[in-house]
Write a protein that binds this ligand. Sequence first.
Ligand code: GLU
Length: 487
Amino acid sequence: MSNNKLVRVRFAPSPTGDLHVGNIRTALFDWAYARHTGGKLVFRIEDTDKDRVTDEYIQAAIETLKWLGLNWDEGPEVGGEFGPYLQSQRLDIYSTWAQKFLDQGDAYHCYCSSEELEERRQLQMKNNKAPGYDGKCRDLSNTQIDQYKDGGRKPVVRMRMPQGETVFNDLIRGEVKFDHEFVPDFVLARADGSPLYTLAVAVDDVLMKITHVLRGEDLLSSTPRQIRVYQAMGVNPEEYPLFAHLPFVMGQDNTKLSKRNGEVSIAWYREQGYLPEAICNYLALLGWSPGDDKENITMEELVQLFTVERVNSSPARFDMKKLEAINGDKIRALTLEKFLEWSLPFLLKSGVISGTSDEISVVKSALPIIQERIVTLAEIPAMLNFLFMKNFIVAPDELSKIKDDSSQQVLKVALAKVAPLDSWNHANIESTLRVALIEELGLKPRIAFSALRIAVTGSHISPPLFESLELLGKERSIERINAVISK
Ligand code: GLU
């Protein structure tokens, strides 16, 4: 294929649920490749299996891509000259091609029932033969066809796979060869006329002028069948799309990442407060690397640096800890305005604030003190709740930690020392308490301050103590310390 041809890549999910980590890694690489080359990204929904792909899942897929910032040039909502981009709206196109293949003799009607196929498959296995269609209906006589028809059988359309092999150059794996002995004649359309994946995907890639197919390794074995469809369509081999099969994403335990061994739904990461740029940054590292040890990259850098040559063929391992670290970095890199924007939905949803402008300005002054500490946005409500609680009480499990004599002494001394402070700022509070508790009482900081932390925030885990006291204000701080000093 000539190099000056405009690159056209496609992301073609079959949304049978929330898009998962593997789908999005593919979408991201498709997007990055299109943007890097100045080409086009086509977003096509493969929804011919209407039992499994629902409109809700399709909408959710569209929304997820938008949220991640992976924009497309052609597809749902934006249209394009090669639409429609939902396969369910292209059924006539597929049946026209299936008919053409029948007319050309590339395909044939197959009348075998599923029971017969299964019976023969069992036999093949018993005789140590590769299971697959045995060609029984390849060359039926008219009499045999009439008999089947009279018996009320409805045929499927099956592609004739010639003897020989399919060889293609995978951009990631190099030369890949499939002996047709292991690629039996395959079904293009069901008895009711509905197309199967191989027919629809290949026809669409040709008609949508796709130049590069970047997709998961799980689809590698379907490639010779797709190439067979291109042949039957009369496409010049020079014009076949180029394939790049992305490596599997494995779970921590080295088995394929799935619901079983990890969280795979992107919706889940979103709910947990992972930023889209962190998810994209992390997923970009699953099978690709920017070249040096650098792991924190921006979307602009990804576009600039992304090449298929840098994609690895060996499986990538999903590492939650690394994703968390990247998310923390991305949170720290947010401006205060952006951080506020991301935080508010979490605070509102959890009911910590109702959204008044007073509350929002408190949130804004509190965010800088937690920005360094959190890994996900979902941690924010619990961190800031103490600032908004109307009837503050310390829960019994936390209260039990400060019932002992030394905690009570800390609280009493602290109270006595901070009560006279005129200027209530964290620096002042800190130096006063350090002198009183560390120097004069000789306590270890962790012991001295954890009692106070529980007393004023209700939890032994909180934002930095002195800043928290400042934000809470003198009156409320004193009130809370007083309330936990036993009479
Ligand atoms: N629709 C297929 C799937 O979600 C992918 C098609 C392709 O990329 O070739 O598994």
